[in-house]
Write a new protein. Structure first.
Length: 346
């Protein structure tokens, strides 16, 4: 953990500043390339809360609870989405789903809410931003190993519902493919809204209500999400090589309906990406789906009027009003949201 992160952190329970105690510092010329970073210790709240620093990462959760499958997934595939061509895929996805450009990131303070193994934190840090990645699971350890060597990249293990930051801390907050895996996505969204500075932006991406997903959701809810994660992972690993056998569509065939997803696997040809994709869809405890009007309503209720809908569903970026702009617009003008795309269900 870099010392500069401490200034951004507060106790998630009390909102109080944290003091560093019992720290152990890595050698500046250590073999892992760390430059005098804090390897272990504790962050202590005046109210008595102790938050340990383990493996160079401040920990604000006692367990990863409902999301432990994701921690296993990203530690097994720590660099699948970073190495080689995967890096450009991550970059393309980030910019296509957020409506942001490089100029929106350079010099900004950015929160990656649900960073996984750090693929999008890496993109943002590469554009000159200071990025803080948080994840509920131990996947944050892979993110720290992958991206933590960047001077302006920080990571913490924390719950989206109890994040260790003051309100209005970040210029940009983004969460790609995460909120729908929480037990209460609208409430998690509202927690992120609170962290955005006036004039800053919030970009989110959630699963859409594609037709035909009902059967898969029943399989996940009733069976696969209740399986031992390691056994489910092995099952997915067995299915992925069989993908070519399912290239012939057999409507109504129960086996086809079950394995349709590994056959398509989001179009990824790499077997490791297919495995990740399959496990990602059949393992979560929570997996909600939305359409554009539903998610746009989240922004409206949060008071965010200027939003842009991206062509890839369901991705929306909204800009908070600056205080000065809000003051000039408060004289009787009707609040109307601004849409970058027509607001229709997808």
């Amino acid at each position: 953990m870099k010392r500069t992160l401490i200034d951004l952190l507060v106790c998630p329970r009390h909102g109080r500043p944290l003091d560093l105690e019992k720290e152990e510092v890595l050698a500046a010329n250590g073999s892992d390339g760390a430059r005098g970073e804090i390897a272990s210790g504790a962050l202590v709240c005046p109210e008595g809360c102790h938050h340990p620093i383990v493996g160079g990462i401040p920990r604000f959760v006692e367990s990863d609870r409902y999301a432990q499958n994701f921690g296993m997934q990203w530690n097994l595939h720590a660099r699948t989405q970073l190495d080689g061509a995967a890096s450009s895929l991550s970059r393309d996805r980030f910019f296509s789903e957020t409506a942001l450009g490089a100029a929106d990131l350079d010099g900004k303070l950015v929160l990656d809410a649900g960073c996984g193994m750090g693929r999008f934190s890496d993109v943002v840090a590469g554009e000159g931003a200071t990025v803080v990645g948080v994840d509920l699971t131990r996947a944050v350890e892979s993110a720290h190993a992958n991206v933590g060597g960047r001077e302006r990249a920080h990571f913490a293990q924390a719950d989206l519902f109890e994040l260790p930051f003051r309100p209005a801390t970040f210029d940009v907050v983004f969460s790609i493919g995460v909120l729908h895996h929480t037990p209460d996505p609208p409430r998690a969204f509202q927690r992120l809204v609170e962290l955005v500075k006036p004039g800053g932006c919030l970009a989110i991406s959630v699963y859409s209500k594609y037709p035909g997903w009902g059967w898969h959701e029943k399989v996940r809810e009733r069976f696969t999400s209740k399986m031992d994660p390691e056994k489910l992972y092995r099952l997915c690993k067995l299915l992925v090589p069989l993908a070519p056998l399912f290239s012939l569509r057999i409507p109504g065939d129960p086996l086809y309906r079950l394995v349709w997803y590994p056959r398509g696997s989001s179009g990824y040809r790499d077997p490791q990406w297919r495995l990740l994709d399959l496990f990602d869809h059949y393992s979560p405890t929570y997996q909600f789906r939305y359409d554009y009007p539903e998610v746009a309503e989240w922004f409206r209720r949060a008071g965010i009027r200027q939003i842009e809908l991206m062509p890839v569903p369901v991705c929306i970026t909204g800009w908070k009003e600056s205080r000065d702009w809000a003051a000039t617009e408060s004289g009787g003008h009707e609040d109307r949201p601004h849409y970058g795309h027509e607001l229709t269900a997808h």
